[in-house]
Design a protein around this ligand. Structure first.
Ligand code: GLN
Ligand code: ZN
Length: 761
């Protein structure tokens, strides 16, 4: 019988129960016992859902109080020594200190999980990490599932992926210099052995060992490490399912097939072409788990098509065929059940985690008892898909026609940068080393409350607008007083840089509860981009014009770029991503033109997600960079030479994509650099990056107010790499999460630092 299972389920809860329980515990408003209660309730609810859908095993270990990688590090005894914790006696409060920091220790580093918006805590290893075991929490959860009469399938990150995703700290110190973390593998594997033995003793049959790094371009020595590591992991009586996801692992199918594991999971949504390679390599007894339901997006699956496609596979593999979502369902919201405001038509096209488990149930039953046994479900599914295809809300002929007419010159400024620069200097009359900010000013409680009241209907639209205008005026006055050169309106009216635009565009829908965990207790609610993107009217012109009317200084218009709009939304699966990006680009292009028409001389198009859109495999990079650059340029290139286009990106790995960054041809790019003490600029220097740059001179993630001297030093360092004539002075990113006192103090110092440098030059 075809076995359906899930690689993992979202842990937050349909109403973000875990978030609220965590935050209440952190505030000291509730006890650890209450928090533990919430965790247990959620685990059991999610297991019950899986059992009700007929999944023979339930995923255990996909729950974590903060992050599964951190929990695994605590389980293996791989905690950063600087905290001085004993992993075996780690308390929940200490666990949270690792994740969130404490007075004398910064938190463990956090970074994005592959190409998702989930952030994991980066294991912090050293040459001395002992891996001598830690907390028993995973065993407790297995016991908990067993006590419920369930068949637990523990889900853990495999040793090669764990190590690959780790960082060796203190690498500068003599002892660790040149230290290769792969040399830690033998010791790490022993810790895994003990973990697996513990599962085996509890009667576990299958353990899912995730090795998503098999979908990356892994160096040869890392690939070679698989065989010896897994030879050690072979545990009598225990079966291992080696899981890969997010891309193809076809090139490693032969290697994987030689490992002493009993099954493989592959992602056939992202990489359907890998099936043949796996079938060819599959050992005679091994299980093949095929990921056929999209774990990264929210659309209903085409069940009829999948079933027809699975049938011959089942005939070939019999019981060795398992079906699953493509990856853990962590990356989609929990359930559609509480979506009441969502447009009914759009809602009928969607499937969140719970509905996806339901889809697996239909597929498994169809395979077991024949298509007729699920005829009703298939018909409902087919109807919904047909309705989606035919819906007038999905296709907009005006947009389609315009898309076809995109020409190369639409993605090209009229003149080369040097000419534009001269025209802009003439038109803008800015001082050398102009000062500016990235866009947002503190989103105070009053601003949020006003927005909430307006959304609830307790504050009229006019009153809300008045409040926002008052806020804009205050922000403009403050910037003038601080002596900034290029002003911003402060983004008070924006709750989120994607949602704000999405709400004004056709083709976007918004959920009430479509939350997805981003990190710890934080969740994001990506909008749903379901149809051709159309801008019915100007989105920011009134606000920006109003802000400009308050001052004689230049007001920078503030937009979100097409790649970021795409990257931070759930996007359509019925057309290629680049097509959607171009539609977004056209809408933004019109907004840029309208801003220019309204007299705005400087427009910033934010692309903080430009890099995270990069495919996992380098061979796929050129194609992505091509269309991503084109989309940005279509959005930016309608303007006159003397209108200045800025872009902003906030991350620190630029070096391998500098040609694409330069190809964007933004007149000014502002980037995050302060945390790397301007080191990041070296790449721009070496590359001879031609346009103007604003390297962030202070870190906005911390309330610390940097001194004038510190910023002067950073700017001097920057000027060694980029000629001062092409430098701007700004913070690393927007200030919306900061308070006013530190914002004011830091900007005052920043303006002084710029002045000191101007005088010195
Ligand atoms: N303009 C945005 C802001 O200042 C940019 C945010 C971002 O880079 N993530 O908030
Ligand atoms: Zn930023």
């Amino acid at each position: 019988m075809t076995h359906a299972h899930t690689l993992g389920f979202p842990r937050m809860g349909a109403h973000r129960e875990l978030k609220f329980a965590l935050e209440s515990f952190w505030r000291g408003d509730s006890s650890e016992a209450q928090l533990r209660d919430t965790g247990r309730t959620l685990r059991q609810r999610h297991w019950a859902l899986q059992r009700e859908a007929g999944l023979a095993q339930v995923a255990v270990g996909d729950f974590a109080w903060y992050d599964t990688t951190l929990t695994l590090a605590a389980t293996l005894g791989a905690l950063p020594a600087r905290f001085g914790f004993d992993a075996k006696r780690l308390t929940l409060s200490q666990y949270f200190e690792l994740a969130r920091g404490r007075a004398d220790q910064p938190a463990m580093e956090m970074t994005k999980w592959f190409d998702t918006n989930y952030h994991y805590l980066v294991p912090e290893l050293s040459a001395d990490t002992a891996f001598d075991g830690g907390v028993d929490w995973l065993f407790d959860e297995v016991d908990e599932a067993l006590a419920q009469g369930l068949v637990p399938k523990p889900v853990i990150l495999g040793p090669i992926s764990f190590l690959w995703l780790s960082k060796v700290h203190g690498a500068q110190s003599a002892a660790s210099a040149g230290f290769d973390r792969l040399s830690l593998l033998p010791r790490l594997v022993q810790a895994y052995r003990r973990l697996l033995a513990g599962f085996q003793q509890r009667g576990v049959q299958w353990v899912q060992v995730d090795e998503p790094v098999l979908c990356l371009d892994l160096p040869a020595d890392w690939l070679a490490a698989f065989q010896p590591a897994y030879d050690e992991l072979a545990t009598p009586g225990l079966k291992l399912l080696l899981a890969t996801y997010f891309d193809t692992a076809a090139d490693h199918a032969v290697l994987a097939a030689q490992l002493p594991v009993q099954g493989f999971h592959i992602d056939l949504v992202r990489a359907p072409q890998q099936l043949d390679a796996w079938l060819a390599a599959l050992p005679p007894q091994a299980v093949l788990s095929v990921g056929v339901v999209d774990g990264r997006n929210i659309w209903r699956s085409d069940l009829g098509r999948i079933l027809a496609w699975l049938q011959p596979l089942q005939a070939r593999l019999g019981d060795r065929l398992w079906i699953a979502p493509s990856c853990s369902l962590l990356h989609v919201p929990v359930t559609l059940a509480h979506e009441v405001k969502l447009d009914a038509e759009v809602r009928s096209w969607l499937a969140f985690a719970t509905e996806k488990i339901g889809e697996l149930k239909v597929l498994a039953q169809g395979l077991r008892d024949g298509v007729d046994s699920v005829a009703e479900a298939l018909q409902a599914n087919a109807q919904a898909l047909a309705a989606r295809r035919a819906s007038g809300r999905v296709t907009n002929p005006v947009v389609q026609k315009r898309l076809q007419r995109i020409s190369a010159d639409m993605a090209q400024r009229h003149s080369p940068f040097v000419q534009r620069q001269a025209a802009q200097r003439e038109a803008l009359q800015l001082p050398p080393l102009p000062t500016t900010t990235i866009g947002s000013f503190p989103q105070t409680a009053e601003i949020r409350q006003a927005r909430a009241a307006w959304r609830r209907g307790e504050l009229s639209a006019t009153d809300y607008l008045q409040r926002m205008r008052a806020e804009i005026e205050a922000v403009v006055r403050k910037q003038e007083e601080l002596g900034l050169d290029v002003l911003v309106h402060g983004e008070a009216e924006r709750n989120d840089m994607v949602e704000y635009f999405g709400e004004q565009l056709w083709g976007y829908a918004f959920t009430d509860n479509g939350w997805v965990q981003s990190y710890g207790s934080r969740c994001v609610k990506p909008p749903v981009l379901y149809g051709d993107v159309f801008r019915p009217e100007a989105m920011t012109v009134e606000t920006t014009r109003y802000a400009q009317s308050l001052t004689t200084r230049h007001m920078k218009g503030m937009l979100t770029g097409p790649v970021t709009m795409l990257q931070w939304s759930f996007v359509r699966d019925d057309q290629p991503r680049d097509t959607t990006a171009l539609q977004l680009a056209l809408a933004i292009r019109d907004e840029v033109s309208d801003l220019e028409q309204a007299g705005i001389r400087i427009v910033q198009i934010d692309e903080p997600a430009f890099r995270e859109g990069l495919p996992l495999r380098r061979t796929d990079w050129p194609r992505y960079l091509d269309w991503a650059v084109q989309a940005f340029k279509v959005s930016a290139c309608s303007v006159r030479d003397d209108t200045q286009i800025h872009t902003h990106m906030c991350y620190s790995e630029f070096n391998d994509i500098l040609p694409a960054i330069a190809a964007l041809d933004a007149d000014v790019i502002t980037i995050e650099t302060s945390r790397s003490a301007m080191e990041l600029l070296d790449g721009f220097g070496a590359f001879d990056y031609p346009n103007e740059i604003g390297p962030g001179v202070y870190d906005i993630h911390s309330p610390r107010v940097p001194s004038v001297d510190a910023m002067v030093r950073l700017l001097q360092r920057a000027a060694e790499v980029i000629p001062a004539e092409r430098l701007w002075v700004n913070p690393d990113c927007g200030l919306k999460t900061r308070g006013w006192p530190e914002t004011e103090a830091a900007l005052r110092n920043m303006v002084q630092a710029a002045q000191r440098l101007r005088e010195g030059s």
